[in-house]
Design a protein around this ligand. Structure first.
Ligand SMILES: [Zn+2]
Length: 118
């Protein structure tokens, strides 16, 4: 268990998350992920703590609208999204590991997901 601290660019949105950076992170080629350049780690909602509960997050949903993409309205960075596990229905958080400072992106194992065809 490793707690990582992350944030949006301006710092209005801060979080702590138990993310296993030795596990593969998801790079998806759908129209949304490719535009934002996400590298995502999906974790149980209980492993995620929003440290700025009053942060004025803006929600964006598209397609099946199952995922609440939550971005900072000030700097525009989407540090995380909330959704449900497709099989279990459990609450999950997709952490954009690019919003965790100090992560060596070259050390990550990238799992490509062909979201463009989903
Ligand atoms: Zn911000």
């Amino acid at each position: 268990m490793t707690i990582h601290a992350g944030s949006c660019h301006c710092g209005a949105v801060k979080f702590e998350a138990d993310v296993d950076l030795s596990a593969p992170v998801i790079s998806c080629n759908c129209s949304h992920c490719s535009r934002k350049g996400f590298l995502l780690s999906f974790i149980p909602a209980a492993s995620f703590t929003l440290k700025t509960p009053d942060a004025p997050l803006t929600e964006y949903r598209f397609n099946k609208e199952h995922i609440a993409h939550l971005f900072c309205p000030k700097c525009g960075v989407e540090a995380f999204a909330r959704g449900k596990h497709p099989a279990t229905g459990a609450d999950v958080v997709a952490v954009n590991v690019r919003s965790i400072p100090g992560v060596d992106l070259d050390m990550l194992t990238i799992k490509k997901v062909d979201g463009a065809k989903l």
